[in-house]
Ligand binder design. Structure first.
Ligand code: HDE
Length: 703
């Protein structure tokens, strides 16, 4: 159908489906494209108009194409995940560095260099599917490993502890964090009464609160954050010997977070900041990598350790039990279809393979019940395991059958066992040698509902985390508590939380109390058990102390105007390429600019759509006239002042001075302002300095 016919409202009779010599219908239309068909494969001749009686209607029920199309559309949505609704997935592989057969019989750890296909989904927890990426929140880090002995799902987070110790409190903590039920807001944030009411009444959440009020909860990218299995698991080797294990994912890109004021602005400028970042990195071939780290220990260590290794609100500090790196996870392929893969992927904590087993961590045990249940609700059929993203890559053989959307049913005689049919007709049999065997721990005791005494110290590790942070990171924690509690309408909730913080650190509690303007410092909450108090700080807990070694994978926004020095731009681009740093050209018009050599440079972004919060560092390349024009543009002034306020490096040419003057920053040009048109190799020098990521001195340490 041509455009004219479409405009004219069309009664048409033109045939769009090619016919073969014998009159049979082909799936190829006349212009060489695939013919549009219904779900039943019936070629469609007109997808613009419903079937109607007479020129102006009414529509006819007989229009099976219209009915099918709208019916399917009406059913496109599936329930979003009750938590972790907003996520982004990618494919890749895990590669083992060395055989770990002394520790585990899990197939993926048996041979150095062995690769196992993987799918990873990152997520935020509290927000709905359409919320923004830079919410202050835990990030999910769920890894599906398609091993040769079945799927292993390591469903972790970017924070190694959790809010609660017992799964029975999960609905409560999530209800409290989600939008309040009467009003349906606030979306994707914990800064409201219900969350802090619950948190302040649940001292076991204190350690986790320290983490989510820290910069860990506002990562710069999924690529720059750690992942943790959280619980203690077991490895079991071929001889049946068990070793406790905690899983870590260490980003090879180094760690990096943004600052809160920046996060708020990123959410407006690009709500898809994290998913776009991962998509861009992978499609550009800069595949992100994490190393799998293991903390391995035996019963003796577990007995000696100051806390219960089954308590998911505790870590084992890396300094006390080193992390052994045993392989790498590489994400090298984006999804073909978001719904089919990222939305339909179904992680289940109970998916473990021979050689990996659970412990009695009560949170883990509860999760093992929840995940299977939730997938049935979400995906609507017990056959969700057949979806390509969920299907094991190894052979599957069992007698489970039928159900909604069954695509794989027993085709031979027997659908039960034991049976006396031949191997061909009788189907699979148990395999005591290869089969999964549960580690035979001896567990017994009276049936009771209780919380073990060994779980009762809620404050010592919270304090350890706080004291392990760099001063500026501590300040961010203070600011985050103050901000979030300031959003609580009830003063008693604010005061109760500060009373809890007194058990963590008195300075922290006092500064938050001052920030909130509490009339008096409340007495500390009575602890369930006297805390151990001063544990040795753990440097591994600081992001700043574990930053990247290079500026690779980061992004510079270069603000240019007409007449910008072509030589400096070329040097900057070359230095960035050498450092494997991405560059985006930002200009007053997206059409681009003419540089000093008369060449045209097209822009990637228009200034108003590319605030400096989208970049790790910025540079300004302009002329005297250009700088004067920029000085009159609010977006240009914000570009610079935000970069300054967020402690970023700013490269500039001498001619940019008028813009800097207009921002009032001229007197404050610290180390982070770097001339890129002056010196030996100024552009390369600028990139090298950017490796520090931020000039934290701009933010004073807490008093
Ligand atoms: Fe989850 N969690 N969770 N969780 N969780 C879900 O399963 C649950 C917990 C985590 O990208 C749900 O498929 C309970 C800890 C991730 O698809 C649900 C408890 C950790 C994801 C569920 C926890 C996680 C989920 C919702 C307390 C870190 C997203 C949708 C006992 C170790 C996976 C779904 C994805 C998702 C239950 C606590 C990580 C309802 C009951 C601790 C990364 O089954």
């Amino acid at each position: 159908m041509d455009d004219k016919a479409r405009r004219d409202g069309i009664r048409y009779g033109e045939e769009t489906v090619a016919r073969g010599a014998g009159g049979e219908t082909h799936q190829i239309a006349r212009d060489g494209r695939t013919s549009l068909t219904t779900q039943q494969g019936i070629p469609v001749s007109d997808d613009q108009n419903t079937l109607r009686a007479g020129e102006r209607g009414p529509d006819l029920l007989e229009d099976f194409h219209f009915r099918e199309k709208v019916f399917h559309f009406d059913h496109e949505r599936i329930p979003e995940r009750v938590v972790h609704a907003r996520g982004f997935g990618a494919h890749g592989f895990f590669e083992a560095y060395e055989p770990l057969s002394d520790l585990t019989r899990a197939d993926l750890f048996q041979r150095a260099g062995q690769r196992t296909e993987a799918f990873v989904r990152f997520s935020t927890v509290a927000g709905s599917k359409g919320s923004f990426d830079l919410a202050r929140d835990v990030r999910g880090f769920a890894v599906k490993l398609y091993t040769r002995e079945g799927n292993w799902d390591l469903v972790g987070n970017n924070i190694p502890v959790f809010f609660i110790q017992d799964a029975i409190k999960f609905p409560d903590v999530i209800h409290a964090a989600k939008p309040e039920p009467d009003r349906g807001f606030p979306q994707a944030q914990t800064a409201h009464d219900n969350f802090w009411d619950f948190a302040s009444l649940m001292p076991e959440s204190t350690h986790m609160l320290m983490w989510i009020m820290s910069d860990r909860a506002i990562p710069r990218s999924f690529r720059f954050m750690e992942g943790f299995g959280v619980h203690t698991f077991r490895f079991v080797n071929a001889q049946g010997r068990s070793t406790f294990v905690k899983f870590h994912w260490k980003p090879k890109q180094g760690m990096q977070s943004v600052v809160w004021n920046e996060a708020v602005k990123i959410n407006g400028a690009d709500p898809d900041f994290h998913r776009r970042d991962l998509w861009d990195a992978i499609t550009q071939g800069a595949y992100p990598e994490w190393e799998l780290g293991l903390q391995l220990f035996d019963d003796d260590f577990a007995d000696r350790f100051a806390f219960d290794v089954l308590d998911p609100t505790k870590i084992i500090p890396e300094e006390e039990l080193p992390v052994r790196r045993v392989g790498r996870l590489v994400l090298d392929r984006v999804v073909d279809n978001f719904f089919a893969e990222t939305e339909q992927v179904a992680f289940c904590t109970q998916n473990v393979v021979p050689g990996i087993d659970f412990t009695n961590d009560p949170l883990l045990q509860g999760r093992n019940f929840s995940y299977l249940d939730t997938q049935l609700k979400r995906l609507g059929s017990p056959n969700f395991t057949r979806l390509p993203v969920n299907a094991p890559r190894c052979p599957v053989a069992h007698f489970q059958q039928d159900g909604h959307m069954a695509t794989m049913n027993p085709s031979s005689r027997a659908n039960y066992e034991p049976n006396s049919w031949s191997p061909e007709e009788g189907g699979p049999r148990e395999d005591p040698v290869r089969g999964f065997t549960t580690y035979p721990s001896t567990d017994s005791g009276p049936k009771r509902r209780l919380r073990p005494e060994s779980f009762a110290d809620h404050y010592s590790q919270a304090r350890q985390f706080y004291l392990s942070q760099a001063p500026v990171e501590r300040r961010h924690i203070v600011d985050a508590f103050t901000f979030e509690l300031s959003k609580c309408e009830r003063p008693d909730i604010r005061a109760r939380m500060v009373a809890g913080l007194r058990n963590v650190d008195d300075d922290l509690a006092r500064t938050v109390a001052d920030g909130l303007g509490l009339p008096a410092l409340p007495d500390p909450l009575p602890p369930a058990r006297e805390p151990v108090r001063d544990l040795a700080p753990s440097p591994a807990l600081s992001i700043i102390a574990n930053g990247p070694e290079s500026f690779a994978g980061r992004k510079i926004g270069i603000l240019v105007t007409d007449g910008a020095d072509a030589g400096v731009l070329a040097e900057l681009r070359a230095a960035a390429a050498e450092e494997k740093t991405n560059v985006e050209i930002v200009a007053p018009a997206v059409g681009g600019v003419d540089t000093s050599d008369g060449n045209h440079v097209s822009a990637d972004q228009k200034l108003e759509g590319a605030p400096s919060v989208l970049y790790d560092a910025v540079a300004i390349l302009t002329t005297k006239e250009g700088a004067t024009q920029l000085a009159n543009l609010p977006a240009a002034r914000d570009f610079v002042t935000d970069a300054y306020a967020h402690c970023k490096f700013v490269g500039y040419v001498e001619e940019a001075t008028a813009l800097l003057a207009a921002t009032g920053l001229n007197g404050h040009l610290d180390d982070g302002f770097v001339r890129i048109d002056d010196g030996q190799r100024p552009a390369a020098d600028f990139l090298t300095r950017c490796r520090r990521l931020r000039i934290w001195d701009r933010q004073a340490a807490p008093s």
